[in-house]
Design a binder for this molecule. Sequence first.
Ligand SMILES: N[C@@H](CCC(=O)N[C@@H](CS)C(=O)NCC(=O)O)C(=O)O
Length: 291
Amino acid sequence: MKSGPFINLTTQTVSHHQIKSMDEQKVSEANVLIIYGFGKDENMPSGSGFCQKVETFARATKIPYELRATLPDRAPKGKLPYITFGDETVADSHFILKYVVQKRISRDLDASLTPSQKADSRAFQSYIEEHLYSCICYERWMVDANYQVVVRESFSAAPSVLRPLLGWYFWRKVRSGLWAQGVGRHSTEEVYGLLEDAVTHLAARLEVQFDITADKSRHIYFHGGESPTQIDVILYAFLANAIATDSNPYFNKLMLAQPALVTFTRQMTTLLFPEYTKVLEKLDAGTLAKD
Ligand SMILES: N[C@@H](CCC(=O)N[C@@H](CS)C(=O)NCC(=O)O)C(=O)O
């Protein structure tokens, strides 16, 4: 069943780690990361880049996890995601990843990075999460034509009479968040310019690892290794989140014009989320349309 990503609380679990019965669920819960996020379709990235980030990390490190749908006002910090592990609760994707590594619930994807590579990762993390994603949210919620799309996509599980109300409620929250953050004070043209810069910078950074004229199938992770590090998880989460929706068409067009970003996203999807067929189709269709 197709469901809107935000409010579908009935989507019980989407689990990498299949749970068979309620008894088994209780027993296994102690060792399973429970990720609380917005409801999501199993075959689509989360409508929240931050929720997708935590799930991507769980997949990349192969830790058992379970997704549970909830709403931000039920979260410890009023935002999603948060996790529970046994009787511990951790809010905020950044602290969640730190927690699972420090508690040795997962391995550390950055264990072999140098201090300078770690600094580079942290700077790009902020660029992606605090700047790029704000610009993407602006495109979704502040551009009238896209607002209709984001409401339709996000709240399709809600009764149709409720959808405008839900849309308005979230629009007000997003608008005040973007205003406080700063991006909300810019014109659409200015935000589009910021998106162009960010996409160009990310592609340039990945291209360092990627000779486009050479073997296009070879790995192009951020630090050039043979497997993803934490910054690859983060970059992927936000790119997959964006490409899956039609509510940020300007960003998607920019992204599809960058072979390094397309190859990276395709490679990560195939490796970690092969069930995201719509993401793969959109990447392929975008690439073909350009040829
Ligand atoms: N710094 C947080 C950001 C999380 C965040 O912004 N979540 C958004 C969804 S993408 C949210 O829950 N917003 C609800 C609200 O602000 O009311 C993290 O890394 O987890």
